[in-house]
Design a protein around this ligand. Structure first.
Ligand code: HEM
Length: 462
């Protein structure tokens, strides 16, 4: 990547207001129906832009210094307010959703489950599950890559979290419930009124929530009853004792499990699905990837030990995370009077850090809309330009897990399969809790390792 000469290439932040907006609804219709087109229009008005969501005002931040400040100034910006209440109603009060006051204690609970010494065991599950997934694939068949990636990451989440005592049927039921919940959550976060009107969608959502809670409670109960260390994340959580020797209650365990699966599964599946689509649309990048995979794997399966020798594969993941950060918009609420870009914000103001906009700033990434994994090989990016996992004390605890999972999945799939989109039109990103590419039917063809041509991968826009 051509690194900008100025180490802080971004001008001081400007505050602005999004124009237009409907009476009562504000910018909500545009945010719901044409979300990315609306977001793309915001930088033209400032680095912090005031947007009206119904009767609420929110401040959308895309300036690197301010994104860092919102993430790290935990005395002014908290995970609280009406948006987090909604998310907590689904996830429970787990690490990804708890207010700052509880965060340190909760992080101590979960951190051991992500110790580097456990990564080999997790990576073995990732490899096995990717093999199980692709073993069902047949040349000529059409699969929805988004759906398949989600199937993979929910299966990995279930097997790394609770490796024992869950039947394939129970795992599938949990996965289905997750799907409904994740689809419904975003709508409920941006338009809470949908929950007040009886409808089939509301019934479906509530049924899924009940199924999810019962399913997780049953697994926790089975683990407690067995009293065996299964060497997985749930066993670690069950063995946890705080400084007063207290164990986690069933409710606390359920919340942590929900947090982990929901924070980890769709984020990772989204980056896998985006990367596969971007590669299908950029044959030059795909050829470079194939060349690397063929040279290193020689047609064999990929394991975690191969990852250091797959730098281009890692850059494909990095670049997909840049263009389509799964956690595309992260909210905070101000807990005391503060300011952003000179605009005073009273306590209770809602701030959204928009990583999607941050990652596409021209001063930070030349040709920002271009899918160019090669840009990462040439050097470091400016500080705070690429923050798909957040920054500070609440930075993603599963960053290494998610990165390894996405890289292994892409290596395993791309080394053996050619995927051709059935519909040539570009995917229409669906911003839910994560930024998903939406359904992506692709036709499968087996590839012969060694058939790769190397190529320069500067290509058209994604
Ligand atoms: C590519 C995949 C992933 C992306 C892009 C991602 C992104 C993020 C981001 C941006 C945050 C910070 C949110 C905030 O500050 O409010 C976060 C937090 C978190 N993530 Fe991830 N994540 C990924 C994978 C995972 C995985 C695989 C897991 C678990 C297995 C996980 C579990 C969590 C948890 C528990 C938190 C809360 C951390 C804390 O507050 O201390 N994530 N993630």
């Amino acid at each position: 990547m051509t690194r900008p000469a100025d180490p802080s290439p971004v001008s001081p932040p400007r505050y602005g207001c999004a124009p237009g907006g409907w009476p009562l609804l504000g910018h909500l219709p545009r945010l719901v129906f044409r979300p990315l087109a609306f977001l793309d229009s915001l930088p033209g008005h400032g680095d912090v832009v005031r947007v009206r969501m119904g009767t609420r005002l929110v401040h959308v931040v895309s300036h690197p210094e301010l994104v860092r400040r919102v993430f790290t100034d935990r005395r002014s910006f908290d995970r609280s307010g009406v948006l987090y209440e909604k998310v907590r109603a689904l996830l429970g009060n787990g690490l990804a959703t708890c207010p700052n006051a509880e965060h340190r204690d909760q992080r101590r609970v979960l951190q051991p489950a992500f110790h580097p010494s456990l990564m080999d065991r997790y990576a073995a599950v990732m490899t096995a599950e990717t093999q199980a997934l692709t073993a069902r694939w047949r040349p000529g068949a059409v699969v929805d890559v988004t759906e398949e990636a989600f199937r993979l990451t929910t299966a990995v989440a279930v097997r790394t979290l609770f490796s024992a005592g869950i039947t394939p049927r129970a795992a599938e039921e949990l996965r289905e419930a997750l799907e409904v919940l994740l689809r419904g959550l975003y709508t409920r976060v941006v338009a809470p009124a949908v929950d007040r009107v009886p409808s089939p969608a509301r019934r479906r959502y509530r049924r899924a929530l009940a199924r999810w809670r019962t399913g997780v409670a049953a697994i926790v109960a089975a683990y407690r009853a067995a009293g065996v260390d299964h060497g997985d994340a749930l066993s670690l959580l069950l063995a946890f004792r705080d400084e007063r020797g207290r164990a986690l209650s069933d409710a606390e365990l359920g919340d942590q499990v929900a947090t982990l699966v929901l924070a980890g599964a769709e984020t990772t599946s989204s980056v896998v699905a985006w990367a596969l689509r971007l590669l299908a649309d950029h044959p030059g990048a795909a050829a470079r990837l194939h060349a690397e995979l063929d040279a290193v794997l020689a047609g064999g399966p990929v394991t975690r030990a191969d990852l250091p020798r797959l730098p281009y594969t890692a850059d494909v993941v990095r670049e997909a995370l840049r263009l389509y950060p799964p956690a595309w918009a992260i909210t905070r609420t101000t807990t005391r009077g503060t300011e952003l870009a000179g605009m005073p914000l009273p306590p209770g103001s809602i701030v959204i850090c928009c990583l999607y906009l941050l990652h596409r700033r021209r001063e930070l990434f030349p040709e920002p809309d271009l899918f160019d994994p090669g840009r990462w090989a040439a050097g470091e990016v400016p500080r705070d330009a690429w923050l798909p996992f957040g920054v500070g004390a609440g930075k993603c605890v599963g960053d290494a897990f998610g990165t390894a999972e996405a890289t292994l999945a892409i290596a395993a799939i791309a080394s053996r399969w050619h995927l051709t989109p059935v519909a040539p039109r570009p995917p229409r990103p669906v911003p839910r809790l994560v930024l998903s590419p939406g359904p992506q039917p692709m036709r499968l063809a087996e590839r012969t390792p060694g058939a790769a041509r190397s190529s320069n991968c500067k290509e058209q826009k994604p």
